[in-house]
Design a protein around this ligand. Structure first.
Ligand SMILES: [Zn+2]
Length: 246
């Protein structure tokens, strides 16, 4: 954590215990006195953490943990987002294979963290990106017209005619479908970047504003993936160097 202005209080893993919204449950966020769309810095005022719930049995431990964190302030640098290499190992460097290894575990059970949990309580959660009434993992990746357009535009050249909105089918393609190693690394990068960005967008615009324009999202991911490849510094004859010109 730096100044707390970029990381989302409920949706980013800034306490290293996972997302807070998964710990408290979506309906408890109001109880803590921190808005669902809050950044970490919004939970601070006059140099102190302002999070309610210290007397609650359910939140006592979480509250205590937050109090032990350094309080962000304006003089600190921007928050830095780290990549998970293994459980409990976070680095600022991106490693495609390490990141890839995390994904099957993360998505095991085919459920979204919050939407499906809410559904168990009879609360239906709509898709904030397109307005569809029932938001499931399969909707978000990639049956949703918003996310599918992003996925299609960024991945169609690599996936070819097999591109479609079916999550399982796209996972299979990513594991075994690419015709050469460079394409395989690239499609995994693109896949990971699209999933990450769609997920962040979905969390960010919940209870907040309308989603970023599709073109803007595509441009941002394209640029991000390009930067990632160029920062990997492969030897001059490595096949990935050719990808920069695509
Ligand atoms: Zn949707």
């Amino acid at each position: 954590m730096g100044n707390g202005k970029q990381a989302f209080f409920w949706h980013d893993n800034w306490l290293r215990s996972g997302k807070l919204i998964d710990i408290t449950g979506a309906t408890c966020t109001r109880y803590q006195g921190v808005a669902r769309s809050a950044r970490v810095c919004d939970a601070v005022s006059t140099g102190q953490w302002r999070v309610r719930g210290q007397r609650s049995r359910n939140f006592h431990e979480l509250h205590h943990k937050i109090q032990l964190e350094p309080v962000p302030n304006n003089l600190m640098a921007n928050d830095q987002f780290l990549w998970r290499h293994e459980a409990y190992v976070y680095k600022d460097s991106f490693n495609a294979s390490k990141t890839w290894e995390q994904i099957p575990n993360k998505w095991n059970g085919n459920k979204l963290a919050t939407g499906d949990r809410l559904r168990k309580w009879g609360i239906q959660q709509g898709c904030v990106l397109c307005g569809e009434r029932d938001e499931t993992r399969d909707h978000l990746f990639f049956a949703c017209p918003y996310s599918y357009t992003v996925w299609d535009r960024l991945a169609s050249r690599l996936v070819g005619r097999r591109i479609n909105p079916d999550w399982q089918d796209m996972l299979r393609f990513i594991q075994t479908g690419a015709s050469n190693r460079a394409d395989q690394v690239l499609i995994r990068l693109v896949f990971q970047a699209v999933v990450y960005n769609v997920w962040r967008e979905r969390n960010g615009c919940r209870h907040q504003h309308s989603p970023r324009g599709i073109e803007q999202m595509i441009k941002a991911i394209h640029k991000g993936v390009k930067n990632m490849i160029s920062s990997l510094r492969y030897p001059w004859n490595h096949p990935l160097n050719g990808l920069l010109r695509r």
